[in-house]
Ligand binder design. Sequence first.
Ligand code: PFF
Length: 446
Amino acid sequence: MAAPRGEFSSRFGFLMAASGSAVGLGNIWGFPTNAASNGGAAFLIAYLILAFALAYPALMAELIIGRYARSNAVTALRKISAGERSRAAAMLVGFIGIITVSLILSFYAIVSGWMIAFFFDPLARIINFDSASRWLTTDAVLRNSIFVVLFMLVTVIIIRAGVKDGIEKWASRLMPSLIIILILLIIYVLTLPGAMEGLRAYLVPDFSRIVEPALVVDAMGQAFFSLSLGVGTMLIYGSYISKEENLPTIGGLVALLDIGIAVLAGLLILPAMYVALANGVEIFDAEGGLIAGPGLIVSVLPALFNTMGSIGVFVALAFFLLMTIASLTSSISMLEVPVAYGVEHHGLERKNAAIIVGSIITIISLIVVFYFDPLFDMVVTFTTEVSQPLLGFSFCIFVAWIWRRNDILQEIKQGSPEAENGLFWKVWPFYVKYICPLAILVVYFQ
Ligand code: PFF
């Protein structure tokens, strides 16, 4: 017998949870560095266009299916499919989504573990515990394993508590804190010498780059990853939205929050890098590009904080707290996908499902920690560059080509009775039917 389903208790709760899923390492680390290496504001413009024109319609597809079906991705996609073959395809897409999101969580947990380790480092230094500080900041299998387990433990504890008492409660606390910390850090960093140079690198567009296929592919990948699309997170969060909510509006708010925080993060990361440069820290790699990979977070920024004197310790604490919060609100949304499936499909109790699925993902994560070099990049590339766009494509196909148009409209009209005459209903169906799948395929085969 299935347990009663959870529901977000307020619009604010949903907004914090969904934007918490969307806002993650992808916004604070991925977006600014992608922008820096792809022509600054030229990337920003391409990103804004793609995020609103492609990612927002795909986000709406997931939210609408989720709220209509009130269930996990596998069951939901089957529910909107009438034929034998489309139901089989629904099963397959739902499953691949669950596997993909679990694999994303397995690498996300490793990177998030680094963030926690670097958060503890300034604390160790405050109490002059130098050997601990060295241990925390030195890449090693043992350190990475411990922090993966710690991060997954916290994720499991939140998911065990359920939609309202776990996801909503924590997202509503953590997301406002994240925004406050981010703004305070931006204000501080912009007062430092070198920051304006960074702003220029970020905001002055190199328009010659805007038609480069690499830029467009990067911008679309970034938009899909950032809005957590294709893997059923937004679908499952959509399934917990009240029928009284206006879906196009709250979907739009989630997209705006996600994009807004990515743009804000650019105002922190790039100026910080140029402040680091002004303080004598190397910020360019051997090819002359800005250091964008893990080196940025685990060496360039910590080196910058070290040059700031005593305030640097607090800046480091705030920065890694920001990163940890961003990771956590995303990881809970990822774990919720397989957990909801286990609860609804296999009749597991939520608490047990969270522990079982969380343990399996932790083990996969530990395997990646142990065989980091061959596995890490492979898992990242497979999930984010292969699987996620194809799943996003499949969701659009299900909504626009398989699901009955009238059912979609009836679902949207709940909470927005005048939707039939609104702009959203005039534009969106055409978009998900033709533009989104085509654009995803074109960019994918680039
Ligand atoms: N949107 C998150 C980020 O930008 O970091 C990553 C993410 C979360 C991807 C949830 C997929 C997902 F299901």
